[in-house]
Design a protein around this ligand. Structure first.
Ligand SMILES: Nc1nc2c(c(=O)[nH]1)N[C@H]1C(S)=C(S)[C@@H](COP(=O)(O)OP(=O)(O)OC[C@H]3O[C@@H](n4cnc5c(=O)[nH]c(N)nc54)[C@H](O)[C@@H]3O)O[C@H]1N2
Ligand SMILES: Nc1nc2c(c(=O)[nH]1)N[C@H]1C(S)=C(S)[C@@H](COP(=O)(O)OP(=O)(O)OC[C@H]3O[C@@H](n4cnc5c(=O)[nH]c(N)nc54)[C@H](O)[C@@H]3O)O[C@H]1N2
Ligand code: SF4
Ligand SMILES: [Mo]
Length: 910
């Protein structure tokens, strides 16, 4: 078995790479200390995505490069094994299942977090050699509506614009995008643009009043799912008020008549009604769009994750086509991609209906073309199953083996308990991941340790079609290996070694680049995805590749380091006629409506400092403090209706499942909607996973799930008691009905609530808990711990502080209602070698000692500045600008992700 040629970090230990997280694709400058296996990061000033800035997640990357929770060795049925054994087992079982049941009995489920090279090899193995279309990816849950919409409009999945359009636009429309939290560096670019050019207008179209609204001139809190109506209304308005660009339409657009016809009923009154918006607000937006030469429409999951996702995408594109406001500087529809390589995965054909290099099963001759390029006679002849159907087929037993790479479907798929059950009963499950206790790993027969960010080497493509290098900074942890290597080994073991001769990522990249140019520009058609200009990069040139935007044609590369800033700049679209397509559309409400039994719509999404299923961001203590617990946001009217109290716990349920989350009463929510973040897993919260509730309804064209609209019911969770524990040792298991863990630097915090009363007393319960913490600890035994307790039986209050010698080991506080003593001042005590008399008293009284204050929930993750500290500064110094808070406390001066929060506090407290 050949070993992967590892990228050797150069002697100079500052290495340029790309951030591990979102599709902004920021350049990172890493200073590497290989001896101590640690890095420091800062933004790469030369990278055109971020020009030196990083958001809160990017800034904390160094804290995630830890061996804690790492998956370090391969295993078969929980028994550690060698790589040879693991590879033999996988290839043997796959081959056996293919022989017995045919290739469609096997599936791969990949991820936009794989590098392009990993993804290319996985897709080639499944579609080209195993001979089934069953390779799909979590991009199905993320980008597939955009893929389908762009394909309908432009003939290919190609986003025309560039980030530099942000600085050139005069109207920026953010549709279904919480840019401030999910694409923070682009949000900062928008903010700066607005500061420099104050006439620039920003419109936010989102049912929630998100942090992104901080810079909005207009917020349209539309009814969930009604974007098609809103943009059909705009199309009709543009038509009625003579804003069509007839010359552009005649030359470059097909289908405009049918499209305008389909919008005829959407006058402002009717549209306002469908969207639950005021006519005046709609009119304002329509006027701005009509009268601005360069509007830029950035959109994300509020658009894609819908049963009308593809139509929403086309509804937006239609308005740009009909006015000719597209493929020119500062304007156009602009899909924001989610994952670091959401775009790269589509380039290699990671979705089940795609083949490779923007070729697919439906386009005549593509199958034959790719087969000739790959030199295979076993290529799949038809598309495979899309994610939801794919897991349904795992559940029904039609798919007997599945290989999951770089994604956590037990948390992120809709109806996620069904996915867990499906994997549980599946004959053979292989999981490649870097994290040990990720939910999906628990269902694996074979667990393969993948190299992670900081160890991997390859390329990713960001939202603006820019290919950047991700470079290895550190050696692979333990026995982990890069994904491309793992897949190549399995391909070889299955007998396909001639087609998988790769020794390093550059070999794969060159082949991928060659395929993109293979028989491109034939039969009167061309494929926009063409990077054949990079097909002959030497290893050294690949190593040094600068961020570059596709297409990259042989005539331009590799000398032209910028590639193509604007796709379709000559208005030659990738359709047979070279014209773009307007699509005739009709608005449909989300598939499942509310009922008396399930009267609320559940909307789901992201928070500022966590990344998806938290496997990596939760490793960085400072990222766990902004929103430490799963929560549900609900409008005050609904809270009243359902008798919910801010700060208490709610139970949310529907016919599929039930979950619990902390209640946040806020008028930023629409009446009738609730919002729950997608992030919490079984590992950190026993009842905080929202995926099990999400309905598995999909868009009929893109098959993307409707993750933003599920009917549910809500009620108050009436716990017998509430509590929290802060402890130096980690609790092994959930000990109460409601249990959420918040990892921190030198201790763990667990928030608790329980349905039953204590069997005997809180003291006895607390002793049992602490005993379990020190059960396996050899240095400290339970009997050596010193206890201080306070109990008020009449008030049902209990507080305990546990010490070993002079150090704090644990704090436990219990009460009958959710409101418990403040705890934000306690963490610092864990770093002290001694706890003073005052501090001991304070712990028992549940109040910070005199003179020290409770900092409140952390707002600025970079400098650990709490809400109370900021409010105090605002009031003491009569602060009116967020920059003043920066001068006083440093808050907001590093990554800037908390600036909207600071501005809100200023607004509220001056
Ligand atoms: N902090 C952080 N950043 C991330 C990620 C992360 O996990 N954490 N993940 C990355 C990934 S993979 C992705 S895909 C992106 C997602 O980035 P976004 O799409 O910005 O994030 P979401 O929070 O999923 O959803 C965006 C908004 O859509 C709104 N919405 C819901 N329904 C509708 C609707 O019908 N119409 C409209 N117009 N809006 C609606 C929601 O209220 C929500 O505020 O973020 C990326 N960036
Ligand atoms: N309810 C609801 N559900 C959603 C969404 C929503 O808005 N609401 N959004 C959807 C969207 S847009 C997305 S993108 C998905 C994301 O959902 P997932 O993809 O399931 O989430 P992650 O936590 O990013 O999972 C990535 C896994 O890959 C591992 N990993 C990281 N790097 C590597 C690597 O290099 N190789 C390998 N083999 N493994 C690696 C990580 O440890 C982690 O376990 O969730 C979707 N689900
Ligand atoms: S915006 Fe933040 S998470 Fe996204 S790539 Fe940049 S630093 Fe990383
Ligand atoms: Mo995503």
């Amino acid at each position: 078995m050949s070993q992967p040629l590892q990228y050797n970090p150069p002697a100079r230990k500052i290495i340029k790479t790309t951030c591990a997280y979102c599709g902004v694709g920021c350049g990172v400058l890493a200073t590497v200390d290989e001896k101590n296996r640690s890095i420091q990061v800062k933004g790469d000033q030369s990278h055109p995505a971020n020009y030196g800035k990083l958001c809160s997640k990017g800034s904390a990357l160094a804290e995630t490069v830890t061996l804690k929770n790492r998956l370090l060795k391969p295993s078969i049925n929980q028994q550690e094994c060698s790589w040879d054994q693991a590879i033999n087992e996988v290839s043997h079982r796959f081959t056996q299942i293919i022989n017995d049941h045919g290739p469609d009995a096997i599936a791969f489920y990949g991820s936009g977090q794989l590098l392009t090279e990993d993804y290319y090899v996985a897709n080639k193995l499944m579609k080209g050699f195993i001979g089934s279309g069953n390779m799909d990816t979590n991009s199905r849950l993320c980008m597939s509506s955009t893929v389908a919409g762009q394909k309908r409009a432009f003939g290919s999945d190609t986003m025309p614009g560039s980030y530099s359009d942000i600085e050139r636009a005069d109207l920026i429309v953010l549709i279904g995008s919480n840019t401030a939290w999910c694409h923070p560096i682009l949000f900062q670019r928008i903010r700066v643009t607005k500061e420099k050019r104050p006439h620039v207008k920003v419109v936010v179209i989102d049912p929630r009043e998100t942090t992104t609204c901080d810079i909005a001139d207009l917020h349209l809190p539309l009814k969930i799912g009604s974007d098609v109506a809103l943009f059909q209304g705009l199309l009709h308005y543009l038509d009625q008020h003579n804003h069509l660009d007839q010359a552009f339409i005649t030359e470059h657009v097909e289908g405009s008549q049918e499209s305008l016809e389909s919008a005829r009923d959407y006058d402002i009154k009717h549209t306002a009604n469908l969207c639950n918006l005021s006519e005046a607000a709609l009119n304002q937006f329509y006027q701005w769009f009509a009268n601005t030469d360069n509007p830029l429409s950035l959109y994300s999951q509020g658009v894609n994750q819908s049963s009308a996702g593809t139509d929403k995408v086309n509804a937006i594109i239609n308005c740009h086509l009909i006015t000719g406001k597209i493929a020119k500087p500062g304007m156009g529809p602009f899909s924001l991609t989610g994952q670091p390589n959401a775009m790269g995965g589509r380039e290699v054909g990671g979705l089940a209906h795609q083949l490779a290099a923007h070729m697919d099963f439906a386009t005549p001759n593509d199958i034959d073309r790719v087969a000739r390029f790959w030199q295979t006679d076993n290529i799949a002849q038809r598309k495979g199953l899309a994610a939801v159907e794919l897991f349904d087929n795992v559940a029904s037993g039609k798919i007997k083996a599945i290989w999951i790479m770089g994604t956590n479907p037990i948390v992120s798929m809709p109806n996620a308990n069904k996915v867990r059950q499906a994997l549980h009963q599946c004959e053979f499950v292989v999981v490649s991941d870097c994290i040990l206790n990720q939910d999906t790993c628990a269902e694996a027969n074979v667990l393969l340790p993948a190299a992670g960010w900081s160890e991997k080497d390859g390329t990713v493509t960001n939202s603006e079609r820019r290919i950047s290098r991700q470079r290895a900074l550190l050696p692979c942890a333990g026995e982990s290996k890069p994904d491309w290597w793992i897949i190549t080994q399995i391909a070889n073991a299955m007998g396909y070694s001639e087609a998988f001769p790769y020794e390093k990522p550059a070999d794969i990249f060159r082949e991928h680049a060659r395929l993109s140019g293979f028989e491109n520009h034939q039969e009167g058609r061309f494929r926009a995805f063409n990077i054949s200009g990079l097909a002959s990069l030497s290893d050294q040139q690949y190593q040094n590749l600068l961020p570059i935007q596709w297409p990259v044609l042989p005539s331009t590369a590799p000398d032209d380091v910028n590639g193509t800033q604007r796709a379709f700049a000559d208005f030659q679209f990738t359709t047979p006629s070279k014209k773009a397509h307007c699509i005739a559309l009709q608005y449909h409400a989300p598939v499942n409506a509310t009922t008396d039994e399930f009267p609320l719509i559940l909307n789901t999404g992201r928070i500022r400092d966590q990344w998806h299923t938290m496997s990596r961001t939760a490793l960085a203590p400072r990222l766990n403090q902004h929103k430490p617990e799963p929560f549900v946001e609900i409008h005050p009217d609904d809270a009243k209706r359902y008798q919910l109290i801010d700060g208490a716990i709610a139970t949310i349920h529907n016919q599929q499942a039930k979950m619990q989350a902390r209640i946040v009463v806020t008028s930023t929510q629409h009446v009738g909607n609730i919002f729950v973040p997608m992030h919490w897993t079984s590992d950190l919260s026993n009842r905080g996973r929202v995926g099990p509730l999400v309905n598995p309804v999909v868009d009929p064209i893109s098959f993307q799930p409707e993750s933003k609209s599920t009917p549910v019911a809500i009620s108050l969770y009436e716990a017998n008691w509430h509590g929290f524990i802060l402890s130096r040792q980690r609790l092994a298991n959930a000990i109460t009905d409601y249990h959420v863990e918040v990892p921190n630097t030198d201790h763990y915090r667990v928030e608790l609530a329980h349905t039953e009363a204590f069997a005997s007393s809180p003291q006895q319960w607390a002793e049992t808990v602490v005993q379990s913490l020190y059960h396996t600890n050899t240095d400290i035994t339970f009997d050596k711990l010193e206890w201080q307790t306070y109990q008020d039986s009449s008030q049902h209050q209990y507080r305990a502080a546990v010490f070993y010698q002079q150090q704090l080991e644990a704090v436990i506080m219990i009460g009958p209602i959710p409101k418990l003593p403040e705890r934000d001042w306690i963490p610092q005590l864990f770093s002290q070698t001694e706890i003073s008399y005052e501090e001991r008293l304070a712990l028992l009284s549940g109040r910070p000692p005199n003179g020290s204050s409770n900092v409140g929930p952390i707002v600025c993750a970079c400098f650990n500045v709490g809400e109370n500290t900021i409010i105090d500064a605002i009031q003491t110094h009569s602060v009116s600008q967020y920059q003043q808070v920066g001068e006083l406390l440093k808050a907001g001066t590093n990554c800037g992700s908390c600036v909207p929060d600071i501005k809100r506090l200023i607004k509220k407290h001056t």
